[in-house]
Design a protein around this ligand. Structure first.
Ligand SMILES: *Cc1c(COP(=O)(O)O)cnc(C)c1O
Length: 305
């Protein structure tokens, strides 16, 4: 399997002025079909599914979900059938994410918003699994302890010294893996993509504890960079992403990594980081979301052409 983990150094007058070094860890280039943290989160789950003789990956997600796209691609690549339970009603034509998923062979099933709320209930899951041959259940967003294990490797594979590691957070599984992998070293900052991301304090603490049996205090959340909530469109964020792409040749995504790096630069302006600090911002991928995002908000984006 081609696995690379590439650190791209960022040069910017603001970084020079503040005496801070920044690298972007290109996890988005890690695996061609299954980018970023979704590959990290799936890796040991796919191994477990195979070892248990499972044939069908069953999971949940929203209609634009990076996780749905990743599971569909992983199923195709590693020879599993896939079923995706999608929140809400079917909309035709399918949006680019769901179109891609069906192209990979994923069977889509739609759940009303009220049924979708039951997705974590063991009873509801058991009913759903009865309808799939030899199923392996992946939770929404793919976060479980094997996902956390996969994400510890984001840190353990780093060879360069660093002081601060920044990462976007949805369910917090990736952040939990990074905290566990760092094992008390450095400082880790999670940037929730959702409004009200304070809930991640407990979720992430619980995940780290369940995975490692330990509690670490060398991390925190920056909850002020959600831009109105999950997958909301804000021109200011889009302008930042376009500028970052023009300056550094790195395409961020609009739901997670764009907000995180916007936050990093905002904190930089506020002199949040001490002079001499070496920062790593993890690019967790998510670029598949652009096509659907542009369609949904009627945007003409030159970097998508
Ligand atoms: C899913 C995703 C995240 C969030 O990962 P969690 O483990 O759920 O916190 C971050 N960035 C991108 C690009 C993603 O697709």
């Amino acid at each position: 399997m081609p696995e690379i983990s590439l650190l791209q150094h960022i040069t910017d007058p603001l970084l020079t002025q503040k005496g801070v070094e920044l690298w972007v860890l290109r996890e988005d280039l890690l695996h061609p079909g299954i980018p970023g943290n979704k590959w990290r989160k799936l890796k040991y789950n796919l191994q477990a599914a195979r070892e248990q003789g499972c044939e069908t990956l069953v999971t949940f997600g929203g209609a634009f979900s990076n996780h749905i796209a990743a599971v569909a691609a992983a199923g195709r690549e590693f020879g599993f059938s896939t079923i995706g339970y999608i929140r809400g009603e079917e909309t035709l034509p399918l949006n680019p994410t769901l179109h891609f998923a069906t192209q990979c062979g994923m069977q889509l099933r739609y759940l009303s918003r009220s049924d979708y709320r039951l997705r974590h209930e063991p009873h509801f899951q058991a009913e759903i699994l009865k309808t799939a041959p030899k199923p392996y259940l992946l939770p929404e967003g793919g976060t479980n302890l094997l996902a956390v294990k996969g994400c510890t490797e984001i840190v353990s594979e780093l060879t360069e010294p660093w002081d601060v590691l920044c990462v976007a957070a949805g369910t917090g599984g990736t952040l939990a893996g990074i905290i566990a992998g760092a094992a008390g070293k450095g400082h880790i900052i999670g940037f929730p993509a959702l409004k009200g991301g304070e809930f991640l304090q407990k979720d992430v603490t619980d995940l780290v504890q369940a995975y490692s049996g330990l509690t670490y205090h060398n991390w925190d959340l920056q909850t002020g960079y959600h831009f109105g909530g999950y997958a909301k469109h804000k021109p200011e964020l889009l302008a930042f992403i376009q500028d970052f792409h023009a300056q550094h040749g790195i395409l961020l995504d609009p739901v997670y990594t764009g907000k995180m790096l916007y936050g990093v630069f905002d904190l930089l302006r506020q002199e949040y980081f001490p002079r001499g600090a070496r920062l790593i911002a993890v690019h967790t991928g998510g670029q598949q979301g652009w096509a659907g995002y542009a369609q949904r908000y009627g945007l003409e984006l030159d970097f998508l052409r």
